[in-house]
Write a protein that binds this ligand. Sequence first.
Ligand code: TXA
Ligand code: MG
Length: 315
Amino acid sequence: MPDTSTLRLPADAAGIARAADLLRDGKLVAFPTETVYGLGADARDDAAVAAIYEAKGRPSFNPLIVHVPSIEHAKELVHWSGTAENIAQAFWPGPLTLVLPIREDAGISDRVTAGLSTLAVRLPAAPLARDLLTAFGGPLAGPSANRSGRISPTTADHVLSSLDGRIAAVLDGGPCPVGLESTILGLAGRPTLLRPGGISAEQLSEALGHPVMRRQEREAISAPGQTASHYAPRARMRLNAAEWREGEARLGFGDVDCDLNLSPAGDLDEAASNLFAHLHQLDAAGAEVIAVAPIPHVGAGIAINDRLSRAAAPR
Ligand code: TXA
Ligand code: MG
């Protein structure tokens, strides 16, 4: 068992400087982005990247996203394209990850890509993430800062509840506003939506000038983390609950009587930003079954339903 506990660093200049020092020293530091908290490590440092897999209990075949401080920095890591430029101009910084062919001279640890010839890159919008990336001055590998297969963290407390003692520090920037992980767009071939998230398929299609392809469920897994069971709370999940049953923890949406409500006003963006925090809370309260009201399958509802169906999948 790890014998040191994790530092909670404040969201100020001193906290950022300390976090950057720890990262330069090969340590793991969790940091807030606009989507969820990421578990940062120097993406060029083999040992630091190996420590991410170890701390998360993540299978070594599941590659990591690399966060960069600027578009210029992304271009040093991957073979950029006209499409990548259009999309990055439209949505970066923001909750979108681009998968592109990795450059031979990228200098990224092989463990980051898990043997793939592509690299997932992301320029986050959250000011604290940007400040940390600028202070660190290099690429940060950053999966969500949770134990593998569990619910992603949207607060520093969530991070500590699963990784305390396993990582050097967490930079505490309060709750993440988007609340769901970034959309992943594959640009190594025809533009393909690999994971729904904060930027919708419609927004991508509009910027591309043609409909984005959807990844087929049966296709060889091209975003390897997209296995059926993921984001799992300890409790069992019952989705599309039209009525409540005795003894269940009731997660509502809209104008309903329930234990916790994703959005009393029926706002899907608000529901997305509350989803993981509410699941964490009901789980921590010891619920055996979490019943979830139907979520409309439009806009942010598509990403919400994606995460809910993975949380409910057989394990
Ligand atoms: O919002 C986010 O994307 C957060 C924040 C911290 O940036 N990060 C995040 O990372 O969600 P993670 O590791 O939990 O999910 C990354 C997903 C995984 O499903 C992984 O398999 C996929 O990205 N991925 C990484 N590299 C890939 C690649 N080269 N090709 C296809 N999928 C890739
Ligand atoms: Mg994750």
